[in-house]
Design a protein around this ligand. Sequence first.
Ligand code: HEC
Ligand code: HEC
Ligand code: HEC
Ligand code: HEC
Ligand code: HEC
Length: 368
Amino acid sequence: MKIISFLLLLLTLLYPKYLDNKSCKECHEIIYNEFESSMHSKSYFSDELHRKVANASDPKKYECAVCHMPMANNLQDLINGKARPDKNNKTHTDGVSCYFCHTIAYVKKAHKFNINTMAKQAQNYKPTLYGRLTDPDHSDKHSSITNPIYAKAVCMGCHSHKLNDHNVTIFRAMKNNQNSLECIKCHMPELPGGAEKMDRRSRGHHASHKFLGIHDKEFRKKGVAIHATREGEKLKITLINKMAHPLIIQPARAKFLKITLTRRGKTIWSNYKKDPSEDSQSYFAYSFQKDGKKVIIPSKATYGSVHNLEAKEEKTLLYSLPKLQKGDKIKISLFVQFAKSDCAKAITLKEKKLLEPQLIKSVTIEAD
Ligand code: HEC
Ligand code: HEC
Ligand code: HEC
Ligand code: HEC
Ligand code: HEC
């Protein structure tokens, strides 16, 4: 009995302890609160769309864990189907956790998706966390290392690309030679407030951990510029993608234009009647097939294609309008649908916001 307890004690000492998200709050309160509001803190349990698509694609094996639950202490079992996500396990509910992101040592490029390689932690010592602070202050909970590769690699492990078992591209957001520095510039801008509570180094600012993206009403206005001009009855719309990634990088999403011509408050023309996909030139989304038939869950697809606006790409769309009168208004609105209409055929979603189109931005021109 004594030997067994001794062995157990030895085991717990040999494995470095996982520091959960909450444990960072004591010193990094601002960053912790920002992170909690971000999509990275969402996991299988708190992201309805992800959970339902995951269950529809494989109800037994949770292969998605590699990117969605990367810190899981039984990752292989989740992938093999020997275990299921567990609400009482912090390494499951922490999502893309602080500890995980800050122990990425390098990213190995691979065909299906890239592989995050974690830093080996010295047994029995406090963990070493990577970051970009110059000369970080001493901390009782962890050591800090400024790793020059860190900031270049940190987003590439999960965000670059993903192929399914049939070699069909499910998403591709980054080019082969692209690193993460640009991603950090836009998605982690400097905000006021020290990186830790005491702010002994008087930095006075820190990198935002809100990771704002398509879910934020103000932030999402910055992605695409819309310019509209009219020559006679021809409407010319130029879309400029200002982002370092394609407009569509998530296969459940659709982003599309709704264009209406109104006369004295009545709509007399629009670019589609019922479904935005009727106007194929302004409907941006992935579509997948299996044996020549349309499928919604991408993991099953044997063929896929995407209508997209590539990084920094500029696209001009042309429309013929009816004859215009003075005072006619043309309104051009860019919308996002978090789960495109097709998804409703494969999964039922409780959150209305997921299916109802959400406005990104709009511009209006008036006929004279
Ligand atoms: C290679 C890493 C990777 C793997 C593996 C992966 N995902 Fe993702 N997933 C991401 C990233 C990165 C995002 C965020 C992309 C975005 O928002 O455009 C994401 C976002 C999503 C979203 C959108 C969530 C939302 O709330 O809008 C869904 C749904 C999703 N993934 C489903 C899955 C499913 C189901 C699996 C497993 C079959 C899976 N993913 C496996 C990287 C991955
Ligand atoms: C007991 C206080 C304390 C706790 C708890 C703590 N940290 Fe820190 N951390 C610090 C201090 C102090 C610094 C240095 C800040 C500075 O120099 O401005 C720091 C710096 C960092 C850095 C920057 C390292 C670099 O080289 O750029 C990262 C990343 C970091 N902490 C992550 C975490 C994470 C993740 C957790 C939770 C798992 C955590 N910390 C918990 C005190 C703490
Ligand atoms: C020039 C600023 C800029 C850069 C650089 C940038 N993004 Fe974005 N990104 C945005 C904006 C603005 C949005 C929201 C608008 C949209 O998605 O249409 C966004 C959206 C996203 C989304 C959510 C998209 C969705 O539909 O789910 C993810 C994920 C993302 N970015 C990751 C990255 C990664 C990874 C990089 C580095 C390769 C990066 N971003 C570089 C500005 C940028
Ligand atoms: C998606 C990956 C990711 C996650 C998750 C994440 N961080 Fe960071 N963190 C970064 C990156 C990248 C930087 C460096 C940003 C820079 O230098 O511009 C950073 C910087 C920091 C810093 C240094 C402050 C600064 O201004 O550079 C601290 C402290 C920190 N993170 C703590 C945390 C804590 C605490 C959590 C969880 C509550 C967390 N991080 C979650 C990627 C992440
Ligand atoms: C361990 C994998 C992983 C890493 C590393 C990672 N992400 Fe993510 N990221 C995800 C997943 C998964 C999601 C989607 C979460 C969800 O919706 O449930 C996501 C979502 C996002 C979003 C979407 C926000 C929105 O509104 O939809 C942005 C922006 C983002 N990540 C930026 C970054 C940046 C910048 C980095 C590098 C500093 C990074 N991520 C590193 C996995 C990762």
